[in-house]
Design a protein. Structure first.
Length: 128
């Protein structure tokens, strides 16, 4: 299966739009945004390491998401000020939650399954 960075970039932009939208619509559970955040991280890491094995992409994605979440336990003054910015709010988050860890795990698993099975099937259909 040939992978193209441009396709992952389009998916990345779509996920960002969906994630921001999920925070603006009140009846959508917050955990959906966290799940989309993990999918976005998976896609970004896949874009960077386009030919890497899926197991390494999963590991790097989980470590990145978990690292960002555990970083929220750090409450240094400069970090608090950074979290008040739009970048800090969306990328670094506001506070540690175990439910976010669960959402990240499911998000990365979903991204892997979509990439492995659905995109592979679509690619095979287009080449036939």
């Amino acid at each position: 299966m040939k992978k193209y960075r441009f396709h992952y970039f389009i998916i990345f932009l779509a996920i960002i739009c969906l994630g921001i939208l999920s925070r603006k619509i009140s009846f959508i559970p917050l955990c959906l945004g966290d799940l989309l955040y993990a999918v976005m991280i998976y896609v970004v890491i896949r874009m960077i390491f386009i030919n890497e094995k899926a197991s390494r992409i999963i590991l790097l994605s989980l470590l990145t998401c978990y690292g960002v979440e555990f970083l929220q336990l750090y409450q240094g003054e400069w970090m608090i000020e950074l979290r008040k910015t739009l970048f800090g709010k969306y990328v670094l988050g506001q506070g540690f939650l175990w439910t976010d860890i669960v959402a990240y795990t499911f998000g990365i698993a979903i991204a892997f399954v979509i990439e492995k099975f659905i995109l592979k099937h679509c690619t095979n259909q287009m080449s036939a």
